[in-house]
Design a protein around this ligand. Structure first.
Ligand SMILES: Cc1cc2nc3c(=O)[nH]c(=O)nc-3n(C[C@H](O)[C@H](O)[C@H](O)COP(=O)(O)OP(=O)(O)OC[C@H]3O[C@@H](n4cnc5c(N)ncnc54)[C@H](O)[C@@H]3O)c2cc1C
Length: 382
């Protein structure tokens, strides 16, 4: 069982008065920390809330395009880098798809800490967020109000209007993985109904562990037994379960005066369930709009309008990938082999994956926001 480091009981004191902020960012993972990074040195009170300590609870297999990690200054968290995908189908034992860019697996805690280090004087508190009324967010430590509120809380979209998204009826995929100790040389994918009818299995090596899991595009389909089967077939033993729901349809990125980024806005790419770089990408876009508000270059209404339109302009790409995701369950036998074989041609895979990367290109991360002042250590501050 993971140890919950969050302050509890008497140590978990209510916020009391003075908790209010200029920007309240709910969720301290990929999206939330990236928004805060864009606001560094903006001269505003930026408060980040999460129910866990920063980096405490890994939320994914943690593979992302290497150039994204480099451009964000997160390369120290990289564990292993790959320039191809090894794909398995029932009839094709191994097909190698060359990539025009590389993916890297990284250490979640370290990456979150590196992002946090870049947020300058933002403040962080552990608190479980429950609801929102207007510009006030309720937590288990009391209420916090802010004129600018960001929901980066993941797939539930806690701060949205109406009921939260609920499986199995919401537009959600599901994923489960284990992290056995071990090594590997390839990013591997299994498109194979023996494991999952609509979805895929994966094995992502990260230096001294392999992240093995199965994702299903149908939230009704169980993923535990398929994951265990894939682990067994890979000659590993299950260790360290980690699973979650994954939104597979883009949602409005602004609603009722609140901004949404990452999984809360359905910013995870439907066919591949890749949601880290898109959380970075939309987090940066949102951070830039909020910074313009804090610096008096635009008002909140303009930020809502501009960020909402920016996210919506990507909708057709997400919907095209959703259509591909929904049709993949019909792709079996020879047609699946043909597609798999087709992608072994470098010209085909380079073309397809380059277009895929361009949905949220790493160049978007530069230029970096203004330099952060060095964060005072506890000793220096005392
Ligand atoms: C098994 C699995 C493997 C995956 N592998 C990959 C991968 O390799 N590469 C990739 O690109 N994508 C992957 N994804 C998708 C990716 O994890 C998500 O798209 C990504 O995490 C979204 O980032 P986010 O910041 O929006 O949300 P999250 O990373 O989910 O962060 C949400 C944050 O909000 C906090 N929170 C939630 N509710 C509350 C609350 N009520 N109060 C306070 N805090 C709260 C959480 O503690 C968390 O810190 C995977 C998903 C799964 C399930």
């Amino acid at each position: 069982m993971p140890v919950r480091a969050t302050k509890r009981g008497a140590a978990r004191v209510p916020f009391g008065t003075g908790a209010d902020a200029d920007v309240l960012i709910c969720g301290a993972s990929f999206a939330g920390l990236t928004v805060a990074r864009e606001l560094r040195s903006a001269g505003a009170r930026v408060l980040i809330l999460d129910r866990y300590e920063i980096g405490e609870r890994q939320t994914s297999a943690c593979a992302a395009p290497t150039e994204w990690l480099r451009n964000l200054g997160l390369e120290d968290s990289i564990r292993q880098t790959f320039d191809s995908l090894l794909v398995h189908t029932p009839l094709v034992e191994k097909a190698r798809w060359q990539l025009p860019f590389s993916f890297s697996t990284f250490d979640y805690r370290q990456l979150c800490e590196l992002l946090w280090d870049q947020t300058g004087d933002a403040e962080f508190e552990t608190a479980k967020v429950s609801t929102r009324t207007g510009q006030t967010v309720s937590t288990d430590r009391g209420d916090v109000s802010a004129p600018l509120i960001v929901d980066a809380l993941g797939w539930r979209r806690v701060l949205g209007v109406g009921d939260n998204f609920q499986p199995p009826d919401g537009p959600l995929s599901r994923g489960l993985e284990v992290h056995p100790h071990g090594t590997g040389t390839d990013l591997e994918l299994w498109i194979d109904p023996r494991y999952v009818d609509a979805g895929y299995g994966w094995a992502f090596p990260a230096r001294d562990e392999v992240r093995i899991g199965v994702g299903s595009f149908d939230p009704h389909d169980p993923v535990k037994q398929p994951t265990l089967r894939l682990v067994e077939d890979s000659g590993q033993t299950p260790d360290g379960y980690q699973g979650n729901w994954i939104p597979h349809r883009i949602r409005p990125a602004v609603e009722d005066g609140v901004f949404f980024a990452g999984d809360s806005a359905g910013h995870c790419l439907p066919l591949t369930a890749e949601g880290i770089r898109t959380a970075f990408y939309f987090g940066i876009a949102l951070g830039r709009e909020l910074r313009a508000v804090l610096e008096g270059r635009q008002d909140k209404a303009a930020a809502l309008r501009r960020y909402g339109a920016f996210s919506a302009s990507h909708k057709w790409k997400f919907e095209a990938m959703y259509a591909a995701q929904q049709s993949i369950r019909h792709l079996h036998g020879r047609p699946l082999d043909k597609v798999t074989g087709f992608f072994t041609r470098p010209r085909v895979s380079n073309w397809a994956f380059q277009h895929y990367l361009e949905i949220a290109p790493p160049s978007f991360a530069v230029p970096a926001p203004a330099a952060a002042p060095v964060r005072a250590t506890v000793e220096q501050a005392a």
